[in-house]
Design a protein around this ligand. Structure first.
Ligand code: NDP
Ligand code: 8X3
Length: 252
């Protein structure tokens, strides 16, 4: 066993692909998400395909007491967490600032920002104790530039960018690495969630170019996580070939 990886938001997309990538390479994986059935199915799949150890931890990252209760009760043999991947997150809607839904704003801030903070604080004592650990935060190109109708989603990812920089400074004394990964357009369930199950609108987002896949992003995360102990990638932006930044695409 190479180490223990804790991945939030592992029931889909990047998180699920990371769970498979790390498990396939000899890591034990702790998988989180709100959908228990999906966690159970993924756990069985990883155990069967990769013969890796899996601990399913269903909880909502935005609920402070759920986060701290779940992590406080992690079995002893799972407490030596080497890598935390703060991946759980979502966009809701693509509306103008003065027309957007306030509940959707709350959910994005509660999940993308507060969820990442709660999980990090709950896991950190296990890393601090060992003077070792790597926290990998999922930001976005939307956290590097804002786009029209991106308002609060972009704001939440700018917060991830700033919090990652701040964490890196404050955790330096504990020898804990902090990496922020900022993907561009990747075809996962992200747009389906953003557009509330409207599959036609979601697939429209990826027309005219080849988007990143969840596996592309997991490969990059795995690379960052497996560098020598003295090497830390602080900040990494990756996009599909036909995307230059958060706004500019070359679509055919
Ligand atoms: P998916 O929608 O495919 O996956 C999102 C995951 O987050 C799911 O497993 C979902 O699980 C989990 N999640 C959402 N809310 C919560 C919550 N409150 N508590 C626990 N888990 C939660 O999207 P992606 O894989 O694409 O997105 C992963 C991350 O990457 C997000 O932070 C997203 O903002 C970011 N990102 C995505 C990009 C893209 O183009 N796809 C580009 C850049 C960044 P469940 O519903 O079971 O709780
Ligand atoms: C997800 C990518 O461009 O839809 O963070 O905001 S984008």
């Amino acid at each position: 066993m190479k180490g223990i990886v804790f991945i939030t938001g592992a029931t889909s997309g990047f998180g699920e692909a990371c769970a498979c990538k790390f498990a396939a390479n000899g890591y034990s994986v702790m998988i989180n998400g709100r959908r228990k059935e999906r966690l159970t199915t993924l756990k069985q799949r990883i155990e069967n395909e990769f013969h890796a150890k899996v601990l399913a931890l269903p909880f909502d990252v935005s609920k402070r007491s759920e986060v701290f209760n779940a992590i406080k009760n992690i079995p002893k043999e799972w407490q030596a967490i080497d890598i935390l991947i703060n991946n759980a997150g979502l966009a809701l809607g693509r509306d103008l600032f003065d027309e957007a839904d306030l509940d959707e704003w709350d959910t994005m801030i509660d999940t993308n920002v507060k969820g990442l903070l709660y999980v990090s604080r709950a896991v950190l004592p296990f890393m601090v104790e060992r003077l070792q650990g790597h926290i990998i935060n999922l930001g976005s190109v939307a956290g590097k530039e804002v786009y029209e109708r991106g308002n609060v989603y972009c704001g939440s990812k700018f917060a991830v960018d700033a919090i990652s920089k701040s964490m890196r400074i404050d955790l330096l004394r504990h020898c804990i690495k902090v990496t922020a990964i900022h993907p561009g357009a990747a075809e996962t369930e992200f747009s389906l969630v953003r557009f509330k199950g409207d599959a036609a609108r979601a697939s429209e987002v990826y027309k005219g170019f080849k988007p990143l896949s969840a596996e592309d992003v997991a490969d990059v995360i795995y690379y960052c996580a497996t560098l020598p102990a003295h090497v830390c990638i602080n900040d990494l932006v990756l996009t599909p070939l036909q995307q230059a930044d958060a706004i500019y695409f070359h679509k055919k």
